[in-house]
Every structure is written in structure tokens, then in C-alpha cells.
Design a protein around this ligand. Structure first.
Ligand code: IPD
Ligand code: CA
Length: 282
């Protein structure tokens, strides 16, 4: 984005703390109260796009805590109706990112809570200013606020995050993910077939929010995916940029582009050039 949107007068560090408290509360809920017989409560865009009762309960808790703390702010979550903002800030929440992992009890899911400026329903019309992405099983949290840097909080302690430049594409470990629609997945399969021979390897962990945070903390070199939603992206986006990386669309486009590419600038440029050659135009 060429110009940053200006947040309303607010203490961005305090917003980060609120995001962390809420994401941790939701994380405890989904771990402690996961039913043994957890099933699919509903499906959305396709049979593969599932919602569990715990996605709904986690989002309800986030909504309640955020509304209590900041009643003038808007709310934009994955599983419930939107609340327009009266303050200029909106909370973008993914109550369980990695729902399919959660359904199968695979410990790779997160709660993402981000305060954004602009309207998150308008592609290209919003930006995160404070965020927390909590992995409640690993007891890790990636947190950031605009201008304040990004940090990883874990049982081992706290560490400031800084993305390393200089990785060549051929030595890069990439993260990616797949959408829920069969047509999009068919295209994604073709892209993977073209990218895989050009890189060190590819991981599909099943949580875009964690993928982005792993780019920020160095467990992945870069990440790309087509078709992310605001809630998948908002928290991890800020963690990557505050760690010194970039998050953008294809060919330098804004994130409203169907592709999201994240990593250190040089590697993102190299990955972008490859994706432009092999990706199906929208
Ligand atoms: C999904 C995960 C997945 C990504 C999908 C997302 P959900 O979110 O982040 O890794 O590949 O594009 O929709 O459905 O688990 O909240
Ligand atoms: Ca998600």
C-alpha cells in the first residue's frame, strides 16, 4: 500500500494487549472445552468449508469481550454478522484459523484478533494497526502494533522478530494453503506443480494466520496463497510487516488482489516473478 491509513487517536500498544487478552481467552476456550465428539455444525462455500460449534463459541466470546472493552469499535468476524464502527476502528477476528485441523484434533490452529482502520469489507480499503495471533496448543502468541515491531511470546520467553533478507528462491521453504472451492483448488494444484521444482520445499500447515506468523519468525522463508479472507490475513499481515517483511498481491498489486505473497522483499519479488509466469489469470 502506498499510503498508510491513519488510525483514530488510540494507544496502539493497549490495542495489542487487548487483542492478546481476547485471543488468549478464545484459545483457552477452544482447547479446554473442545467436545470429544466434535462434529461439523454447518458448511459454508462447499462441503469442505466447515464450521464447528467451537468456531461459533470462540467468535461469540471474542465479540463479547471486545464490545465490553471498546463499545464504539466495529466487529468483522468469520462466523457472525458485522457491526459497523463508530470509532474508526474495527476488530477483525478469525475465531479458529485452521478449523479443519481443529476438527481432526491436529494441533495446528490459531485465534487471530486484529484492530484495523478502514472498512474490512472493502477490498484494499483497510489495514491492521494492532494484532495478536495465538496458537493455544503451543502456548505461543505473535503480537504486533504499527510502529512497535513484532514479538513472539512463548513459554521460553519473549523475542523481537526480524525477517532476514537474502534467501534465494531455490533455497526457500515456502508455506501455502488451498481454498475450499474445487475450481480454485484445481488452479492451485497447477501452481504448486510449477513452483515445487523451483524451491527448497513447500509446507501446507492448514492455518494461514500461523503461516504468516511463521514467515515473521523464520520458520518459513515466504508464503503465498490465493483467495484469503480478511480474517485469515489481518493479524498475520501486521506481524509480517512489523517484523520487516512485505505482504502484497501479485505484480506489486495491493492485497485486494486474489494472491497474497509474504516474506522478505527480495524473495517476495522472486516468488512473484515465478507466480506471474505460472498462475492462472483471475
Ligand atoms: C483456512 C486456513 C487455511 C487456508 C484457507 C483458509 P479456516 O481458514 O487458513 O490454511 O488455506 O484459505 O480459509 O477455514 O480454517 O478458518
Ligand atoms: Ca481462517
Amino acid at each position: 500500500m502506498s499510503q498508510l491509513l491513519t488510525p483514530p487517536a488510540a494507544d496502539l500498544s493497549a490495542l495489542e494487549t487487548l487483542a492478546l487478552d481476547v485471543a488468549r481467552a478464545c484459545g483457552r476456550l477452544i482447547v479446554d472445552q473442545r467436545p470429544g465428539d466434535l462434529g461439523v455444525a454447518a458448511t459454508k462455500t462447499s462441503l469442505t468449508d466447515v464450521v464447528t460449534i467451537m468456531d461459533q463459541r470462540s467468535e461469540a466470546l471474542a465479540r463479547e469481550l471486545l464490545t465490553q472493552a471498546r463499545p464504539e469499535d466495529g466487529f468483522h468476524g468469520e462466523e457472525s454478522s458485522r457491526v459497523p464502527s463508530r470509532s474508526g476502528l474495527t476488530w477483525v477476528v478469525d475465531p479458529i484459523d485452521g478449523t479443519v485441523n481443529y476438527l481432526y484434533d491436529i494441533p495446528a490452529y490459531a485465534v487471530s484478533v486484529a484492530a484495523v482502520v478502514g472498512d474490512p469489507a472493502v477490498p484494499g480499503g483497510w489495514e491492521p494497526v494492532a494484532a495478536a495471533v495465538v496458537d493455544p496448543v503451543a502456548e505461543e502468541a505473535h503480537v504486533a502494533h504499527r510502529g512497535g515491531g513484532a514479538r513472539l511470546l512463548s513459554p521460553a520467553g519473549e523475542r523481537a522478530l526480524g525477517i532476514r533478507e537474502g534467501t534465494e528462491l531455490g533455497a526457500a521453504l515456502l508455506g501455502t494453503g488451498f481454498g475450499y472451492e474445487a475450481r480454485v483448488r484445481a488452479d492451485q494444484g497447477q501452481v504448486i506443480a510449477a513452483v515445487l521444482p523451483e524451491v527448497r520445499d513447500i509446507r501446507r500447515r492448514g492455518s494461514a494466520a500461523l503461516d504468516l506468523c511463521w514467515v515473521a519468525d523464520g520458520r518459513l522463508d515466504a508464503y503465498f496463497e490465493r483467495g484469503l479472507h480478511e480474517w485469515d490475513l489481518a493479524g498475520g499481515w501486521l506481524v509480517v510487516t512489523e517484523a520487516g517483511g512485505v505482504v502484497r498481491g501479485l505484480a506489486g498489486a495491493h492485497l485486494a488482489d486474489p494472491f497474497t505473497i509474504a516474506g522478505p522483499t527480495g524473495l517476495v519479488d522472486r516468488l512473484d516473478a515465478l507466480l506471474e509466469r505460472v498462475a492462472t489469470p483471475r
